[in-house]
Design a protein around this ligand. Sequence first.
Ligand SMILES: [Zn+2]
Length: 550
Amino acid sequence: MLRIAQGRVYDPANGIDGEVRDVCLDGGKVVAELPPHAPRIDAGGMVVMPGGVDIHSHIAGPAVNAARKLAPEEHRADVLDRTALTRSGTGGTVPSTFATGYRYALLGYTTVVDAATPPLAARHTLAELRDTPIVDAAFLVLMGNNLPLFKLIREGGRASSVTEAVAWLLEATGGYGVKLVNPGGVEMWKQGNRNVTALDDEVDGLGVTPRRVLEAIAGSVDELGLPHPVHVHCNNLGVAGNWRTTLDTLDTLQGRRAHLAHLQFHAYGGTPGKRPRSRAPELAEHLAAHPEHSADIGQVMFGPATTMTADAPVSAVLRDITGGKWVNADLEAETGCGIVPFEYRERNYVHALQWGIGLELFLLSRDPWRVVLSTDHPNGGSFLSYPRLIRLLMDREFRNEQIGRVNQKAIGRTVLRDDLEREYTLGEIAIITRAGPARLLGLADKGHLGIGADADLTIYREHEDVEQMFATPRYVIKGGQVVVEEGELRQTPPGDLLRVGADHDAEIERTLRPLFDEHYSVQLANYPVREPWLLEPARRIPARRNGSRR
Ligand SMILES: [Zn+2]
C-alpha cells in the first residue's frame, strides 16, 4: 500500500492536467482509496505522471548484442560496478542488459518495446529481456522479408493462410506485434546487393512487391485484431525524396490502423543522390488528417549513436559514409541486419537537417496522441538523451539557441525559423512519453493512473531546467514498489514480458512445414520457443479477432 499524496498529477488519459490530488496504490495497481494509516509519499510541490512507455527502442537480441561487441571502447569507458543491489554492467550507446533496465528505470521509464526481433532469434531476445531488470518489455517480430510469408502472399488465393501464419509466428516467438522493415528490400539486398525503390517494384524472383507485402500483412494484423497495429519502417529510409514513398505507404494503408516508425528518417524531399530537404510539413499534414495513422519521431540527437537496423542495405550506405566498422548479418529466410557506429554533428548539413526535421514533426504535430517521442534508440541517439529532447520541446529559448548553433543551410531547408514558437506543456509531454504510446500499443493498464492501472509512476521535483527535472526523477515506482529515489536504485525487481495472445488455426503447420523444409536450417518442430524460463512469467494481452472468419 502506498499513497502518493498531494502531487500535481498529469494523467492525460483520464483528463487530469496538473490537478493536485492523491494517487493510491495497492497490490501493484492504482486503487480508489486506502485506509488513513497507509504509508505515504508526500508529493507536495512535485509532478506525478504515469511511468514512461517507450514504443520503439532496440534493447535486446542478436543485433543489439553484435553492436555491443562492435564498440568495446564504449563499454570500457562506462562501467557500472557491482553493488549490494545491482549487477555489474556497461553503458555507452548500447548498454548491457542490466544497465539498460537500471538506466531506463532511473529515467522514469517502466515499459519498453524492442522494435525488431527476427522470429528465429526470439530465444536470444527473450533471454536478454529476462536479464533486463525493472522494466516491463515487449518485442515486435520482423515479418517484412520472410520467404515463407512471401510464398503465402504470392499464392494469394487463401488470404487467411497469411493471417494464420502471422498469428502462428507471434505465438511461436512470444512476441507482441508485427514489424515490417523495408518490405521486400532487405531480401533484394541479400540476393544481389540491390534494393527496391518504390512500392510496386518487383522483389527479384519472388513475385511480390512492397505494396503487396504491406497490404497482406497489415490486413492480417487487422483481421487478428492485434492490440498494436502493423508497425512499419518504410522503404527508402534516409534517401532524398523518400517522403513520396512514405505518403504512398500511408495511402496504401489508408483506412487501416498503422504506426510508422521513426518518421524523421522518412521525411526527406529532394532528389536521390542529392542534398535532401525537409518535407516534414506535408507529412504532419497527412497525419493530422488520418486518425487511423500514428508515428514515433526517431529524433536525431547530436553526439554518439549506433545505427542498428534490419534494413541491411541502409547500413551498407552508412558504412560507405563513415568508412568505419560495420556488421552485416543474414537471418536466413527471415530478414537481414546491419550495424554501424555513428556520430551526429551539429555542423554537418545532413545531420542538422535530420535534427531539424524531427523537431518540425514534433512542433507541427496537431495530435500528440499519435505523434510520440522516440530517438529510435540507439539509432538517433541514446534513450538517455530524452530529457534534453523534452527541453527542446518545452523551452523555446533553449531551442532557438540550439537552432542558432547548428548548420544554418540545413535549418534554412526547414520551417524552424518561421514561427514555430510552440512550447510543449507538461500535459503534452505526459502524452508523447506515456499516455500516447501506451494507447497506440493497446496496453490498457499502462500510461495512465486510473483505477486498475499498473502502479507504475514517476514523480519529478519541478525545476526551471526541465532537462534536469526529467533526467533525475525524485521517485520512480514500478508495480507499486519504489525502485528509484533521488537518482538511486532502491530495488531491482524483474519486469514482466508482455506478449500478445492471438489464436491461430493449428492446421497452418501443415502449410508451413514444407516451407520450413525448403528454406530453414531449423525444423518446424524445433522453432517455437517453449522454454518456460524464457516465457514465464508473462502477461498475455488478448487480440480481438475479427469474428467473421472463424
Ligand atoms: Zn528502430
